[in-house]
Design a protein. Structure first.
Length: 104
């Protein structure tokens, strides 16, 4: 795996501001939550997250609370946030939008 450079605080703030539904928790973490109409829909989304995470070789912390899925991202070996975290969050947003569109 290529070494990823940790984003500056300013770059991380700007990148997170461009991500719909994501917030910066602190200097090392971002988080985003997704709501679904049912528990099975939330679990199906987690399956999609797993596929994306494997493709990117970058795995989030995943919390499931009935119809809500919360993801947290950081890049451990960089000691904080990197472009990979932001790209992963964007991919998860795209998967969510496709998932919601498929439920209509």
């Amino acid at each position: 795996m290529a070494k990823l450079e940790k984003l500056t605080a300013e770059a991380a703030d700007a990148a997170v501001a461009a991500l719909e539904g994501w917030t910066r928790q602190d200097e090392k973490w971002i988080s985003g939550s997704y709501r679904f109409g049912s528990f099975p829909a939330a679990i199906a989304f987690v399956g999609q997250i797993a596929e994306i995470a494997e493709e990117l070789d970058h795995h989030p912390f995943i919390g499931i609370d009935y119809k809500k899925v919360t993801l947290r991202l950081t890049t451990w070996h960089a000691g904080g946030l990197t472009a990979l975290d932001m790209a992963s969050a964007q991919r998860y947003n795209e998967a969510y939008k496709a998932s919601i569109a498929g439920q209509r």
